[in-house]
Design a protein around this ligand. Structure first.
Ligand SMILES: [Zn+2]
Length: 211
């Protein structure tokens, strides 16, 4: 592996282990990527079908803008590579992370009819890039899930254009996507959004029990 790719792969593997420990990347679910080079586009991305709790740097692939493997590491690119590439292009992101937590799965279905979740009034919102006050209202769009990754990438492109300020989105009954200028920022955004989603989910449950 080239030095840049090797360092990035080690960083992705560390984040995968941390997220797995939180229950957000169980089994082979979810995927992680980070941009290594912009021109031409080279993205380090977790391979398909690998256990995220045991992700090793050599299981991180280098892919191009068409999701073809270009590096020395072999393996199959994740089906969701096209979504990562679209987010990198639309947002100029340096890293894209995707988790399958219990709470993001539940709430992506619970609020699906609304087309998204409005998250407002929480101090933790200030962990999202550019947010200065808890009075911020974050709209987390929900996109219908699909196995047609080309069509889904187009839908996500439209969603990102429509919601320019969004720091992430949910795929219905599937999971959360977030990103950042770099891996550290993307990791922070996932942690913040997962915290907020769990908080909203638990609040709904307490309200239900109180009635
Ligand atoms: Zn997924």
């Amino acid at each position: 592996m080239a030095r840049g790719v090797a360092e990035t792969a080690a960083g992705l593997a560390a984040v995968a282990r941390a997220f797995h420990a939180r229950g957000w990347l169980l089994g082979t679910s979810g995927n992680l990527s980070a941009v290594v080079e912009r021109q031409p586009l080279r993205i380090a991305m977790s391979a398909s079908g690998v256990d995220k709790g045991e992700l090793r740097p050599e299981q991180v692939l280098s892919i191009d803008e068409d999701a073809r493997v270009v590096g020395r590491n072999g393996g199959k690119p994740s089906d969701e590579s096209l979504l990562h590439i679209r987010i990198v292009k639309e947002r100029g992101a340096g890293a894209v992370l995707h988790t399958h937590s219990v709470w993001n799965t539940i709430l992506s279905d619970f609020f699906a009819a609304d087309g998204g979740i409005k998250i407002e009034g929480y101090e933790m919102l200030k962990g999202l890039q550019g947010v200065r006050t808890h009075e911020h209202a974050e709209w987390l769009p929900i996109v219908e899930n699909s196995q047609d990754m080309t069509a889904l990438a187009d839908t996500i492109g439209e969603t990102l254009n429509k919601h320019n300020d969004a720091h992430g989105f949910l795929l219905r009954r599937h999971g959360l996507y977030s990103w950042g200028d770099n891996l550290a920022q993307a990791k922070r955004h996932i942690e913040i959004l997962e915290f907020l989603l769990e908080t909203i989910g638990r609040t709904l449950r307490i309200r239900e029990q109180a009635i």
